[in-house]
Design a protein around this ligand. Structure first.
Ligand code: NDP
Length: 230
């Protein structure tokens, strides 16, 4: 049985990843910072015995290392680095603070890097060997026509660099990476006017992740499979 690990699995895109992988018969390691409050996720764990809940605040290096310790020796086919914050209070000139910046960078950039470091052997030991970072089109420098969103754009652009470095450094072990734009999706972050449902976004993202080859590793893709310019 293939195994997926998902961060930020209690709501939004993360929760839908859990639902779809579980429905497809995968073993799912669903990570969230407060499992005792994750009602929808607990419902999925009741419905599917292959869904396991793990505590992980991605801003805690201690919790990342403790999780890696608990998972030692277990293969992870798809590692989905999904947890993220928008950093609304640190989006524009006149609003930015050091604390605001560090909060966004800690979750969106540092955490994925530390998780790749901590779980690389688990991914390398698996059959499918994919690390997927949930990025965003607004991380694209080429696409930045309006400015603003300083910390969010920068934190996700840095995530993209991390994924490209990991593609180079882990290629020898057969590990592939991809930076993914999920579309503008109806979640707490995307809001109700967003263009896509979580179902269609995650369906597309899973297809892109599933079809990734070593030759494609380190690419930046939309959920429909098209490429994003850096
Ligand atoms: P939501 O705001 O709906 O969910 C964010 C998830 O991240 C929650 O599960 C949240 O957990 C988790 N999270 C935040 N901080 C931490 C932390 N410190 N430790 C663990 N988990 C944390 O967002 P989406 O589902 O929309 O977003 C998922 C990903 O997709 C993000 O990386 C986002 O940047 C990206 N994205 C989303 C788009 C959209 O239109 N929705 C567009 C482009 C990219 P908790 O409930 O505990 O806060």
């Amino acid at each position: 049985m293939s195994t997926v690990l998902i961060t930020g699995a209690n709501r939004g895109l993360g929760l839908e990843f859990v639902r779809q992988y579980a429905e497809s018969g995968w073993q799912v390691i669903a990570c969230c910072r407060s499992p005792e409050q994750a009602e929808s996720l607990a419902g999925l764990a009741e419905q599917y015995s292959a869904v396991e809940l793990e505590r992980l605040d991605v801003a805690s290096e201690h919790e990342i290392n403790a999780l890696a310790e608990r998972l030692q020796g277990r293969a992870i086919d798809h590692l989905i680095l999904n947890a993220g914050v928008l950093g609304e209070k640190c989006a524009n000139l006149g609003e930015m603070t050091q604390a605001g910046w560090l909060e966004v960078l800690t979750v969106n950039t540092v955490a994925p890097a530390l998780l790749i470091q901590a779980l690389q052997d688990n991914v390398a030991a698996s059959e499918h060997k994919v690390i997927a970072g949930i990025s965003t089109r607004v991380a694209s420098i080429d696409d930045n026509s309006s400015g603003g969103m300083y910390s969010y754009r920068a934190s996700k652009a840095a995530l993209n660099q991390i994924l490209v470095s990991a593609a180079k450094n882990l290629a020898e072990q057969g590990v592939k990476t991809v930076a993914l734009h999920p579309g503008w999706v109806q979640t707490d972050m995307g809001g109700e006017n967003a263009l896509f449902t979580v179902e269609e976004s995650v369906q597309g993202l899973r297809k892109v992740i599933g079809e990734l080859t070593l030759a494609d590793s380190g690419c930046f893709r939309v959920f429909d499979g098209s490429s994003v310019a850096w």
